[in-house]
Design a binder for this molecule. Structure first.
Ligand SMILES: Cc1cc2nc3c(=O)[nH]c(=O)nc-3n(C[C@H](O)[C@H](O)[C@H](O)COP(=O)(O)OP(=O)(O)OC[C@H]3O[C@@H](n4cnc5c(N)ncnc54)[C@H](O)[C@@H]3O)c2cc1C
Length: 467
């Protein structure tokens, strides 16, 4: 078929490079040189691990901290996400209110404080990560989304957060898409960041405060050893007083945490830079991030150099929880993603995508992370931010350090930290259940939000994201 006869999405993808647009790694670091000793070892150099390392040094500058990363800094979700910086530690206020209606006020406040401290750190360290506190807009593209946006607006206002409901005319005057039926502008709900520069900047800040960082150093196992822990790496054994496992959607080196976090494949596209005239036609003055109201939603945002990043849609799961880089390069998921882009912005027909990539979302059964300790309280884990960890990973790092220190704090008392999500069943049961749930979510989107029996059962069990 000639290129001109193809659908706009397919044409736009023809030259998209299978590569991440952001640059998260910074300079290459050497692997662990051999057997080592340290006070605290952090496994994983994504945002959770890097924050844990930095904050551990802030709490006790004399403590020796070693970060062991299997790949490169930011090679997991931290270096390949959409850069939406949420103020929420509960995957949004609605999810928090659904799970913990009596505690939601305090949880919102913890999230807001986390974001203030996040910003203050970036400013103090001079980390230039294109941070813009532009809030977010949630858009209704189907009739049933409109009422949901009104409810969300009420919830935000109840807790002192600004929420501006926009009818079809209002939202389309802000960002021009014929699909928008209503919008909810949430100016206090965080903003956007360049996740690559954030992760690389945090790694550099960790090294400035004396953290040792090794790449290409996978931890294969963790066990108790006399007076502490022994972590097995291909280069040798690391003896440590305590450890933070920050391996997120990847298989944790301690089996007991693995059943809580599921690697769900999500996909992202980035366009070529749009010209000034096109931006003027689109509107989008605040250049904020936008999400739609589907269960399997799309998220999109402008980049600093005038492109649009577009992600989400239909996610995937591989039997056994495959996380290999090659799985994100398969072309199949990108075509429907591109088609959805042009359905939202038909006026952009002709614009090309330059980058496409996949990454694993760190899903738990309730959309909030799992925390815990093991091996006599020497190992702590914080993982499973369920696709909203850019901001919350800092809170997660603080909470896991509290747990390791045996300190009772406002964080350890918070419901998402003191209670655990329902674990996922093991394979071979896991795969059919996950696929059935993904199918049910897609079907609910197609029939006006009607959840169907399977999703209603999960809702009753407190599993999944709020309706
Ligand atoms: C496509 C995509 C889009 C997303 N968009 C957003 C968004 O817009 N906003 C948002 O808030 N969140 C988003 N997320 C989620 C967000 O990226 C994560 O929640 C966040 O980065 C979690 O950070 P982390 O450090 O816990 O995990 P990761 O960044 O995944 O870090 C874990 C690290 O551990 C390493 N590791 C694993 N096993 C071992 C081992 N055995 N030994 C040593 N190292 C190991 C990995 O290599 C990896 O570098 C998105 C995720 C994806 C995949």
């Amino acid at each position: 078929m000639a290129l001109s006869e193809r659908e706009p999405g397919e044409r736009a993808l023809a030259e998209a490079e299978p590569a991440v647009f952001w640059n998260a790694s910074g300079p290459q670091r050497a692997p662990l040189p051999g057997p080592a000793e340290t006070d605290l070892v952090v496994v994983g150099a994504g945002l959770t691990g890097l924050w844990a390392a930095v904050l551990a040094k802030q709490r006790d500058p004399g403590r020796d901290v070693l970060v062991l990363e299997a790949g490169r800094v930011g090679s997991g979700g931290s270096g390949r996400n959409g850069g939406f910086l949420s103020d929420s530690i509960t995957h949004g206020a609605a999810q928090g209110a659904w799970l913990w209606p009596d505690e939601i006020g305090g949880l919102i406040e913890l999230g807001q404080r986390n974001l203030r401290e996040f910003r203050a750190f970036l400013e103090a360290e001079g980390i230039e990560a294109d941070l813009r506190m532009c809030g977010r807009t949630a858009v209704a593209t189907e009739p049933h989304h409109v009422g949901e946006l009104r409810d969300e607006a009420d919830l935000h206002r109840e807790h002192g957060l600004r929420a501006i409901f926009q009818g079809a005319g209002g939202v389309q005057a802000d960002v021009r898409s014929p699909r928008y039926r209503a919008g909810l502008r949430l100016p206090d709900s965080g903003g956007l960041v360049d996740p690559g520069r954030l992760t690389a900047g945090l790694a550099a800040a960790a090294e400035r405060c004396g953290v040792r960082l090794c790449e290409g150093s996978p931890v294969r196992a963790v066990r108790r050893a006399r007076g502490g822990l022994a972590l097995k790496c291909p280069q040798g054994t690391v003896r440590a007083g305590s450890a933070v496992l920050a391996t997120n959607a990847f298989a944790a080196p301690l089996r007991r945490f693995r059943r809580y976090v599921l690697p769900i494949w999500d996909h992202v596209l980035v366009t070529e830079p749009l010209c000034e005239r096109t931006w003027a036609e689109l509107g989008w003055r605040d250049r904020q991030g936008i999400t739609d109201g589907h269960n399997l939603f799309h998220y999109y945002r402008p980049t600093a150099d005038g492109r649009i990043l577009w992600g989400g849609g239909l996610p995937g799961y591989r039997f056994g929880g495959g996380t290999g880089e090659h799985l994100g390069r398969r072309p199949a998921p990108y075509r429907p993603l591109a088609e959805a882009f042009f359905e939202t912005f038909p006026q952009l027909e002709g614009v090309r995508f330059t980058h496409r990539w996949g990454g694993v979302i760190d899903a738990t059964t309730r959309g909030t992370p799992v925390f815990g300790t093991a091996l006599s309280g020497r190992v702590g884990c914080a993982a499973g931010f369920s696709g909203l960890g850019v901001g919350a990973s800092r809170f997660g790092a603080e909470a896991v350090l509290d747990l390791l220190a045996g300190e009772a704090t406002e964080r350890t008392a918070a419901a998402p930290v003191r209670s655990r999500p329902v674990p996922f069943p093991p394979e071979p049961l896991r795969w059919p259940l996950v696929m059935a749930t993904l199918r049910a979510l897609r079907a609910a989107d197609a029939r006006g939000g009607e959840r169907g029996r399977w999703l209603r059962l999960l809702d009753r069990l407190g599993v999944g994201l709020s309706d």
